[in-house]
Design a protein around this ligand. Structure first.
Ligand code: HEC
Length: 284
């Protein structure tokens, strides 16, 4: 479909107005979901970095819990060893990959076969296709997690959205806050609210009903680095991991930004002193 430039400008303007009015990005009118809790993420802000230990724990939670329903199609095993991520060693990555089976082929007799995964392979999805997933999940579809954290968000409302408009101050962790809150947000439905079979009450899901059974419970994933084995900690760790999956180059991006700022400051000082020097012999 061809869109007239006028329409594009109009819809662009409407989006800006909606953003300025703090309109919730995910919420539909009439529902009563809670605003996600604001977390203090290590990767927030101009100097933000991923916490490697947290990414490793988060990967463990993904592997042991979420990966039974959710795929991460964009993630290859070798990514787990790259700088700026969980940074597993080459040996750890190869050993991990070998525990998975992937489809390959056709071989010389024209058949497809299973072989152990190699670091260059992507994570095999839990379901063969969307229909198979829906059939197993009473109709709900567990979305792929490659960019899920960045695909979710919410409006923060007045007055913080004013700050969000300023470069350097912009809050970019809405998606992470939402996912972590969602994972902690299960409870019994409030009095008078009924939830249909196969659905669960969740305070943060738009419409308060979600087709995902509560995935986490205290102590369900053993940690070996002494971090608390609680739903709260699991939620934050797996969200940090999924944030890295969605934005693996965040650290490089921020370092480049810091370098640019440092350069601009030095350059401004140089200009100032050059100006003083050039004009110093001229009488005013
Ligand atoms: C038993 C299967 C199952 C497991 C295990 C599971 N999920 Fe889900 N998940 C689902 C289904 C089904 C949906 C779609 C729900 C819907 O649309 O109502 C979903 C949806 C989601 C959503 C999207 C919610 C939205 O805003 O649309 C997020 C985020 C999510 N899951 C995170 C996780 C994380 C993190 C884990 C691991 C800790 C996990 N899930 C484990 C089945 C699962």
């Amino acid at each position: 479909m061809k869109r007239s430039p006028f329409l594009s400008i109009l819809s662009g303007a409407a989006l800006i107005v909606a953003a300025l009015a703090g309109a919730p990005a995910v919420a539909e009118s009439g529902h009563h979901e809670k605003k996600p809790e604001v977390h203090s993420w290590s990767f927030a802000g101009v100097f933000g970095n991923y916490d490697k230990a947290q990414l490793r724990r988060g990967f463990k939670v993904y592997k042991e819990v979420c990966s039974t329903c959710h795929s991460i199609k964009m993630l290859a095993f070798r990514n787990l060893g790259q700088p700026g991520g969980p940074e597993f060693s080459e040996k750890e990555v190869a050993e991990l990959a070998a525990t998975y089976k992937v489809k390959d082929g056709p071989n010389d007799s024209g058949e497809y076969y299973d072989r152990p995964a190699r670091p260059s392979d992507r994570f095999p999805p839990p379901f063969a296709n969307e229909q198979a997933a829906r059939a197993a999940m009473s109709g709900a579809y567990p979305p792929d997690m490659s960019v899920l954290v960045k695909a979710r968000g919410y409006g923060r409302g007045f007055p913080t959205f004013l700050l969000d408009a300023l470069p350097g101050f912009a809050y970019q962790e809405h998606g992470a806050d939402y996912v972590a809150s969602l994972l902690k947000g299960y409870s019994e439905p409030p009095h008078g609210v009924t939830v249909p079979e196969g659905q669960f009450y969740n305070a943060y899901m738009p419409g308060n009903r979600i087709g995902m059974p509560p995935p986490l419970s205290d102590g369900s994933v053993p940690y070996d680095d002494g971090a608390p084995q609680t739903v709260d900690q699991y939620s934050k760790d797996v969200t940090a991991f999924l944030m890295w999956v969605a934005e693996p180059h965040l650290e490089t991006r921020k370092h480049v930004g810091q370098g640019v700022f440092a350069f601009l400051i030095v350059f401004a000082l140089l200009l100032y002193f050059t100006k003083r020097r050039i004009w110093s012999n001229i009488a005013h």
